[in-house]
Design a protein around this ligand. Structure first.
Ligand SMILES: Cc1cc2nc3c(=O)[nH]c(=O)nc-3n(C[C@H](O)[C@H](O)[C@H](O)COP(=O)(O)O)c2cc1C
Length: 165
């Protein structure tokens, strides 16, 4: 069975839950998936492919996602890799494909990533923190779309099966 690692970097839990949805969709498609916080993964031995996802904060991928790809660059280069970002606090990510932020685009290029998706984000209306509470007042809410995420993950499972059959 193909074994996939879904590594996530999340500050407030929204991106971690998207990673769980990806894991569940991969399993439904017959792929073994393990979902783990990026910061807790010490090696990629035993994984055939990797999905890395990070929350977007101030135009950048979460630092743990950046650290993960830096630390595992060599091992990632030898495996099929997919990336995702979660951020926009509006419906745009459901309406159209949103390009990765420049830092993530560079990572995607360096790793020859098979794909990248930007999914909507989530911010609680009562989020704490100076900037977060300001943003939350204006655009707090849950803009994640589980079906959209599951469809993307099903595409990954299809691609993986086609390369290993
Ligand atoms: C301080 C702050 C800055 C943010 N900056 C961005 C951004 O640059 N781009 C974006 O798309 N979303 C941005 N967001 C929205 C978050 O990415 C969104 O809330 C996301 O779901 C957070 O994921 P998490 O719950 O995994 O931490 C920002 C949110 C906060 C609170």
């Amino acid at each position: 069975m193909i074994r996939v690692l879904v590594a996530h970097a999340s500050e407030r839990g929204g991106t971690a839950e998207i990673a769980d949805w990806i894991g569940a969709a991969l399993r439904r498609a017959g792929v073994e998936a393990e979902v783990r916080p990026a910061g807790e993964v010490s090696e990629l031995e035993g994984y055939d492919a990797v999905v890395v996802g990070g929350a977007l904060y101030e135009g950048r991928w979460h630092r743990e996602a950046r650290r993960f790809v830096r630390h595992h660059a060599g091992d990632l280069a030898r495996r099929p890799v997919w990336l995702f970002s979660s951020g926009p606090l509006d419906r745009t990510a459901q309406e159209r494909a949103i390009d990765p932020v420049p830092g993530v685009a560079k990572i995607a290029e360096r790793l020859h990533a098979r794909g990248h998706a930007t999914f909507g984000g989530r911010l609680a209306p009562d989020a704490k923190g100076f900037l977060a509470s300001k943003i939350a007042k204006r655009s707090g809410g849950d803009y994640r779309d589980r079906d959209q995420v599951a469809e993307w993950a099903a595409g990954i499972a299809r691609e993986l099966r086609s390369v290993t059959v």
